[in-house]
Design a protein around this ligand. Structure first.
Ligand SMILES: [Zn+2]
Length: 217
């Protein structure tokens, strides 16, 4: 299963589950999708060749800042000033992420500690504790959990499986019978295109439903 498939599943899950919450504002809704998208990629920080590592390393320039402050705005003094400050912040954050992800990739064996249910539960408890102390809505931690879990379950569809119950069991667990398991690798397989296709279809339907809900269409 590739990073793109994980990301599709993460975004899809964010959209599907957030649709059950009637009182979300549009910002909360967007933030939730951003969280599930990020957390669905996070377990693969344990490998240099993952989508998330590639994306973080791959930004040659302050891509987010450039997107936020376009070329035209940079011609004004205020725009240039904002651009300098924001790109500085972005590059610092990126440098920290590259260093942190690099260390994790070196120290951690692929599909080990970042793919254990126990690790996810510990991260979740930490996030809930931070949320309670910081008076942040707990819903974000729940969606982080869901997005992250979608990655682990996604990897369990593949041939190599996941040691999800480590250290209780050292076995690789799978969700599918041997015949139907997906290949692991960089290339998106036919089955994954099918998952992505169905995912995009459901996503589009729900996005339209949600746009109507927020009275944007
Ligand atoms: Zn993985």
């Amino acid at each position: 299963m590739t990073g793109k498939t994980h990301l599709t599943l993460g975004i899809l899950i964010g959209i599907v589950f957030s649709s059950f919450f009637a009182n979300l504002s549009i910002y909360q809704y967007l933030l939730i999708i951003l969280i599930t998208a990020g957390s669905s990629l996070l377990p693969d920080v344990d490998t240099d060749s993952s989508f998330i590592q590639y994306k973080v390393r791959g930004w040659g320039r302050p891509a987010l800042t450039q997107w936020f402050i376009n070329y035209k705005n940079r011609k004004t003094l205020l725009g240039t000033l904002f651009y300098i400050v924001l790109s500085f912040i972005e590059l610092i954050i990126r440098a920290i992420l590259i260093a942190a992800f690099g260390i994790v990739a070196k120290l951690v064996v692929h599909r080990s500690v970042t793919h254990y249910l126990l690790s996810l539960l510990l991260i979740f408890i930490l996030l809930v504790t931070i949320s309670l102390y910081g008076k942040i809505n707990i819903i974000y931690s729940v969606f982080f959990f869901i997005g992250y879990l979608s990655h682990i379950l996604g990897d369990m569809l593949t041939r190599s499986g996941v040691k999800i119950f480590f250290p209780m069991s050292k076995r690789n667990f799978h969700l599918l019978p041997v015949k139907y398991r997906l290949r692991t690798g960089v290339v998106v397989s036919k089955e994954e295109y099918l998952i992505i296709g169905i995912g995009l279809l459901i996503t589009t339907t729900l996005v339209i439903f949600n746009l109507a809900r927020f009275k944007l269409i």
